[in-house]
Design a protein. Structure first.
Length: 170
């Protein structure tokens, strides 16, 4: 089922996800909904709080269009190591139409649980490393706008508030 993606400045995006304790059929259904929602958007990542579920959970798929799907599920993730520096032009499904250059670590080592609850560690670079950092931020209530300079932050905030007002009045 495709869920509604919450857009900034909605306060729910600032919520911190609760640790996932039980790997239930309901959790599996939520993961499936998140993947379907992300692909329909289309996007490369989606955190649970972007659809109103305050859980430590996100999905990513950074495969190119001409490659098979590479859906990855991260539950209760922790970034263990960050190294290097990269500036990446990022977008976010909660910020439609916004793309900004954001400073990120070039590589990360992340530890998380998969959809069955098994722990794994992953070393990531490139788009996957950026996506993992971006989605981990979401789980802490940190948004793309928080990584912008003062002027870009103000302009993006105004643009998104205007968009929100226009959506509400339709």
């Amino acid at each position: 089922m495709i869920r509604t993606i919450i857009h900034y400045p909605d306060k729910r995006l600032r919520s911190t996800g609760k640790k996932v304790e039980a790997f239930t059929p309901e959790l599996q259904a939520l993961i499936n909904d998140m993947a379907e929602t992300m692909y329909a958007a289309p996007g490369v990542g989606l955190a649970a709080n972007q659809i109103g579920e305050a859980l430590q959970l996100f999905v990513v798929d950074v495969a190119d269009e001409n490659e098979p799907s590479d859906l990855r599920v991260f539950i209760n993730p922790q970034i263990l190591e960050r190294s290097g520096k990269v500036i990446w032009k990022e977008g976010c499904l909660s910020f439609p139409g916004v793309q900004e250059e954001i400073d990120r670590a070039a590589t990360v080592k992340v530890r998380a649980q998969d959809r069955e609850g098994k722990w794994f560690e992953l070393n990531a670079d490139g788009l996957l490393a950026v996506a993992v950092q971006h989605e981990c931020d979401h789980l802490e209530g940190v948004l793309m706008i928080d990584h912008m300079g003062a002027l870009k932050k103000r302009l993006t905030h105004r643009k998104m508030v205007k968009r929100s007002v226009e959506q509400t009045s339709e």
